[in-house]
Design a protein around this ligand. Sequence first.
Ligand SMILES: [Zn+2]
Length: 66
Amino acid sequence: MDVQCILCDSVEHIDENSLYAKQLKSNYLKLHLCKQCNERIKDKTISRIQTGKFRLYRKEKEEKYI
Ligand SMILES: [Zn+2]
């Protein structure tokens, strides 16, 4: 099946029988990101974490209980 990236509108062909395709079809995943956009977002998130200004919500929550 063909899926369209929500950020750059590029269309990718994915295996219809893959877990990813099933998740998209069952609306478990509502948005598809292509590999390039996925990598771009991952890079930005990692560099933000490394600046120390960005903290993960989960980590802050854990710290409150210490
Ligand atoms: Zn994309």
